[in-house]
Design a binder for this molecule. Structure first.
Ligand SMILES: NC(=O)c1ccc[n+]([C@@H]2O[C@H](COP(=O)([O-])OP(=O)(O)OC[C@H]3O[C@@H](n4cnc5c(N)ncnc54)[C@H](O)[C@@H]3O)[C@@H](O)[C@H]2O)c1
Length: 260
C-alpha cells in the first residue's frame, strides 16, 4: 500500500516539469490524480503515463488564473473521485527583463498565474477539503520569493514572495484541519529552464551548477519528492505554514569575494 493510498490529489501544471513529476510520484504512492494544465495535450500525456503504470488519473484543461477554470478543476476532482484530499498549486510561468523593461502585460500575466492562480486554487479547493474533514495544500513558490536571483525578473520574485505569505495565511486560517506548506525550489532542470539551457554558454551552465553546494541543478523528481513529504500526513503531520527550500544549498551561502 502506497503512502497516499486512495487520496485524491489535484496538481496544477502537471503536464510538465515539477507538476508532472509530482503526479507520477504521487500516483506511485497510490493517489488518484487530477492533472490540471492549460496545455491539455501535455496533461493527457501525464495521465496516460499514470494509467499505463496501473494508476488512476484524469486530465482537465484549466487556466489557473481564471476563477471559472479553478472552480471547474476542483469540481472535476470531486465529480470523478468523490473528494479532494491534496491540492498542489504548482502551475507557473517566468518572463524576463529588468523591472523598467517588463511590459504591463507581462507583469499582469505573471501575477495572475503565479500568485492569483495559487489563491484561486485554495479559494475553491479548501472548502471541498473541509467537507471531508480536512486535507493538505502544497504550493510551489521559489527561492526567488525571498532572494533576488540574477536574471530573474521582479514580477516573478514578487509573485513567489506572495505565494510564501499566502501559504502562511492559509495555514493560520484553516488550522488544524488543513495543513498548508510551500516548496521553494532553486534552479532545476525542467521544460521551464530547458530553453535557457539550449542557448546558454558552457560557462553560464557551469556557473549555475556552481551556485548549488551540490554542484548541479536539481531534478523535477527531487522537487516532487519534497512535495510528497509535505503532502503525506505520515511524514509531515506536524508541519504547517512552512516553506521548504529545495535548492541544493544555493541560498545558505552569501556570495561575494572577500579577503579574510
Ligand atoms: N524550474 C525551476 O528551476 C523552478 C524553480 C523554482 C520554482 N519553479 C516553479 O515551479 C513551478 C513549475 O515549474 P516548472 O519548472 O515545472 O515549469 P514547466 O514550464 O515545466 O511546467 C509548468 C506547467 O504549467 C502549465 N501552465 C502554465 N500556465 C498555466 C496556467 N495559466 N494554467 C494552468 N497551467 C499552466 C504549463 O502548461 C506547464 O505544463 C512553477 O510555479 C515555477 O515558477 C521552477
Amino acid at each position: 500500500m502506497g503512502k497516499l493510498n486512495g487520496k485524491v490529489a489535484l496538481i496544477t501544471g502537471a503536464g510538465s516539469g515539477f507538476g508532472k513529476a509530482m503526479a507520477l510520484r504521487f500516483a506511485k504512492e497510490d493517489a488518484k490524480i487530477v492533472v490540471a494544465d492549460l496545455a491539455s495535450d501535455q496533461g493527457e500525456k501525464t495521465v496516460n503515463m499514470i494509467r499505463e503504470s496501473g494508476g488512476e488519473a484524469i486530465s482537465i484543461q484549466a487556466d489557473v488564473a481564471q476563477a471559472e477554470d479553478a472552480k471547474r478543476m476542483v469540481k472535476a476532482a470531486v465529480a470523478t473521485f468523490g473528494k479532494l484530499d491534496i491540492l498542489c498549486n504548482n502551475a507557473g510561468i517566468v518572463g524576463e527583463g529588468k523591472l523598467t523593461e517588463i511590459t504591463e502585460e507581462q507583469w499582469q500575466k505573471t501575477i495572475a498565474i503565479d500568485l492569483t492562480g495559487v489563491w484561486l486554487g485554495m479559494k475553491f479547493g479548501i472548502p471541498e477539503m473541509l467537507k471531508t474533514g480536512g486535507g493538505v495544500v502544497v504550493n510551489t513558490a521559489s527561492i526567488a520569493g525571498f532572494s533576488v536571483l540574477s536574471g530573474v525578473p521582479a514580477d516573478y520574485n514578487v509573485a513567489k514572495a506572495g505565494v510564501i505569505m499566502l501559504t502562511k495565511t492559509a495555514a493560520v486560517e484553516f488550522a488544524p484541519k488543513i495543513r498548508v506548506n510551500c516548496i521553494c525550489p532553486g534552479h532545476c532542470l525542467t521544460e521551464m529552464t530547458e530553453q535557457w539551457m539550449t542557448t546558454a554558454t558552457p560557462e553560464a551552465i557551469a556557473e549555475i551548477n556552481a551556485m548549488s553546494l551540490l554542484g548541479r541543478m536539481g531534478t523535477a523528481e527531487e522537487v516532487a519528492q519534497a512535495a510528497l513529504f509535505l503532502a503525506c500526513d505520515e511524514t509531515s503531520s506536524y508541519i504547517t505554514g512552512e516553506s521548504l527550500v529545495v535548492d541544493g544549498g544555493h541560498t545558505v551561502v552569501s556570495r561575494g569575494e572577500i579577503e579574510l
